[in-house]
Write a protein that binds this ligand. Sequence first.
Ligand SMILES: O=C(O)CCC(=O)C(=O)O
Length: 259
Amino acid sequence: MNDEYPLTPEQISNYRRDGFIQLNDVITGQDLAAMREAITRAVQEESATDNPQRVKSSYEQIFIQKVNLWTRHATVRPFVLNHRFASLAQRLSGAPVRIWHDQALFKEPHTGAKTPWHQDTLYWPHEPKREQTTIWIALQDTTIHNGCMSFIPGTHKLEGIEPVNLSDPQELYEIAPQTKGIKPVTCELKAGSCTFHNGMTFHYAGPNRSDGMREAMAIIYMPETTIYNGVSHVVTDPIKEELVVGAKFDHKLFPMVAN
Ligand SMILES: O=C(O)CCC(=O)C(=O)O
């Protein structure tokens, strides 16, 4: 897990042109099995007290989302902070990176709804917003049938688009008419393969129509130089007294992982 995954100059320039890339087999064999075990256990533990009768909000119907598992589960920590993923983020984005946060994203069988088209960075208290990147790792095979990811190439370069409300999504063509005519690319992934996407790239995942959970782990990186702008966010609100608006995210919750 500490060795580097090879990347060609062409892959790096494709990522920068398209705003996403698929990389196969970034984690394999026993490492993959251990990562899947650690994350599924952590999600199960944290979901154990959920009331199955409670009616879920439209956002909760998209997936079970557990944010920052690395801070609460020693078993998850080495997979989130590991050098192989972080070095990929650094080489693709072209900047030293720190962790923004992780999130397990588990779409439930049959009921897991689609993840609407959206851009990520618009929700985050970050300035500037152009180079954040997410590794989205399939913990088991993900296909169109169980909710794999799709991306609209080049949309990370668009300007002035309003954030999509994931609980009540607007039509993509209304919010971003510039995307009309650009063909989305769907990335089916074998377990242990991943995509990286720029946080400004429009992406989507279909509903889970299968009998099994769609298990994915996302780790989000930001350039070391990213500035906190004070906008409310679930990750920063509990520690906002420890951050300075207008300064970098120099805090133990946002460790540097690749220089
Ligand atoms: O897993 C999904 O369904 C969507 C993931 C996503 O939007 C993201 O990782 O930014």
